[in-house]
Design a protein around this ligand. Structure first.
Ligand code: SAH
Ligand code: SF4
Ligand code: F3S
Length: 493
């Protein structure tokens, strides 16, 4: 039910799962302040951008989207525009935003997200702009925030913040600061609570979860393997995923815990970035192609049904055709179920920015499309092999046409027909059709289904903070006519 008296918020999220989860924390703060969500900037009383700085393309999109709000702000001066996240955490971007977009009201960073409540109240009470960024990364650990979860049956849980790895292409360590791990007790308490609330998938988040080093309640150090083990021992019907794993730190103990666990998924995201030893060294990844492939084989030995996904950057400075072919070779050997391929993007302040032999855009694009063609061929073949087989599927969302979307243990998604009461349940689904690597299935006759009840999860397809769901900006773009926009406002208010 829409309550017309309530003020409305819209959060636009860019970037990784870390940001999606932080948007859930921002949503919690806004709801505590009496706001309720809406799905377009035209109706919003406050628009919060949760930004990403990983690639130039992300930044350009965000700058463009902020610019598009100018006309709305002209027509509706009381609307608050706030910019947080990885772009604004960097002083130079905060300065640029203030200069290019003077109509922005609040600028804050990733470290002081928990203080957004204070910034919002200050802006409302004083009418003055708030610009507040801090370099202190430990303050993220102090947050005990109300989290407004919107990812359906999946719940994100931060286990650590920051990154110490300084891969030479990457801006994250400069933005997110050094690694800090949450105490194990806090994590276990949060996970237990989520399981008892009915969440069926817990995804542990960190830039490099393998280097988690928390303390238990007695002050003893807890490794990632021990944390996984302790979560796996909790009672309940749930899955555990984690991201992201740096290959150099994935220990034998972790592999062992996964192989014996009841709850940990066998789909593992293990970013390789490149298959060339020369490029890997230049990226400061600290492993060779052979070490990476040995690691994959070790996992496959211990966990025969393990499936892998990865991140790859093409066109890193100095990458020759030969280097690129090494990457293709890794793809063929590992047979990834999914690959997130990126064109290398120069980031100011990183080591790679200054490297010679930067690759031209045309070559980068050609390599990426070749990589994706090889990937598609492999994924399609693997999907064809799944035809006729039955898998346990967690039902995650539904649409009005009675179509359900779920995920396999590997993380692969599947589409099938069924009742929306199935959302939040594990059901057996047989793969009956594969089209362009998309799986279609049928629920295997199951007596339990008639007893399933509708749950109160927010349907991920309907919430507005997810990165895919940037409908509101599209709506703005379609509405280019400034006069019309302003008239719309007048008639709305
Ligand atoms: N901490 C995670 C993810 C970091 S960002 C990890 O180490 O895997 C997600 C992905 O973005 C990276 O894995 C990398 O493939 C890509 N990426 C990071 N910086 C990039 C850049 N400058 N240009 C292109 N892709 C980049
Ligand atoms: Fe970036 Fe490397 Fe850290 Fe991942 S591990 S966040 S790619 S520096
Ligand atoms: Fe982007 Fe920040 Fe994540 S730079 S990828 S939102 S950590």
């Amino acid at each position: 039910m829409i309550n017309n008296d309530k003020r409305k918020y819209l959060i636009l999220t860019y970037g990784c799962q870390m940001n999606v989860h932080e948007s859930e924390k921002l949503a919690g703060i806004l709801e505590d302040n009496g706001y309720e969500p809406c799905t377009d900037a035209v109706s919003a009383d406050i628009v919060v951008f949760n930004t990403c700085a990983i690639r130039e393309s992300a930044e350009q999109k965000i700058f463009g989207n902020i610019g598009e709000l100018k006309n709305i702000k002209l027509a509706k001066p009381d609307m608050i525009i706030a910019i947080g996240g990885c772009m604004s955490q960097q002083q130079k971007y905060a300065d640029e935003i203030m200069k290019r977009y003077p109509f922005v009201d609040i600028i804050f960073g990733t470290h002081n997200l928990a203080d957004f409540d204070k910034f919002l109240k200050s802006r409302i009470n004083s009418g003055k702009k708030v610009v507040n960024i801090t370099e202190d990364e430990t303050i993220a650990l102090r947050d005990k925030l109300h989290i407004c979860r919107t990812s359906g049956v999946n719940a994100w849980v931060n286990i650590m913040y920051g990154c110490n790895n300084f891969c030479t292409y990457c801006i994250v360590p400069y933005v997110r600061g050094r690694e800090v791990s949450r105490p194990e007790e806090d994590i276990l308490l949060e996970v237990k609570g989520l399981i008892s609330e009915g969440y069926k998938q817990i995804t542990l988040l960190g830039q490099n979860v393998n280097s988690y080093k928390g303390l238990d309640e007695h002050g003893n150090e807890v490794t990632f393997a021990k944390l996984l083990l302790d979560i796996d021992e909790l009672a309940g019907d749930f899955r555990i995923r984690f991201m992201t794993s740096h290959p150099k730190d994935l220990s034998d103990e972790v592999i062992d815990v996964i192989s014996k666990s009841k709850h940990i998924c066998h789909g593992i995201h293990l970013p390789v970035q490149s298959g060339s030893d020369k490029i890997l060294a230049s990226m400061n990844r600290k492993y060779t192609k052979e070490q990476y492939l040995n690691l994959i084989n070790k996992i496959k030995d211990k966990i025969p049904d393990a499936e892998f996904t990865t991140d790859i950057i093409v066109g890193f400075p100095g990458e020759t055709e030969e280097d690129f072919n090494e990457t293709i070779d890794v793809i063929k050997k590992v047979e990834y179920m999914q690959i997130f391929g990126f064109l290398y993007s120069k980031r100011k302040g990183t080591v790679a920015e200054k490297m010679k032999d930067q690759i031209d855009t045309k070559t980068k694009k050609e390599r990426l499309s070749k990589l994706l063609a090889v990937k598609n061929e492999i994924v399609n073949r693997m999907c064809q092999n799944m035809l006729g087989k039955t898998y346990s599927v967690l039902v995650e969302s539904y649409n009005e046409n009675g179509v359900l979307y779920g995920s396999l243990d590997s993380g692969k998604t599947i589409t099938f027909k069924g009742s929306k009461n199935c959302v939040g349940e594990f059901v057996d689904v047989k793969v009956v059709q594969v089209r362009k690597s998309v799986l279609y299935g049928e629920i295997v006759d199951d007596e339990r289904i008639k007893d399933f009840k509708e749950k109160s999860f927010k349907n991920p397809l309907e919430v507005s903070i997810l990165p895919k769901d940037q409908k509101s900006m599209k709506l703005l773009r379609e509405n280019k006519n400034k006069k019309k926009l302003q008239n719309d406002f007048k008639s709305k208010n």
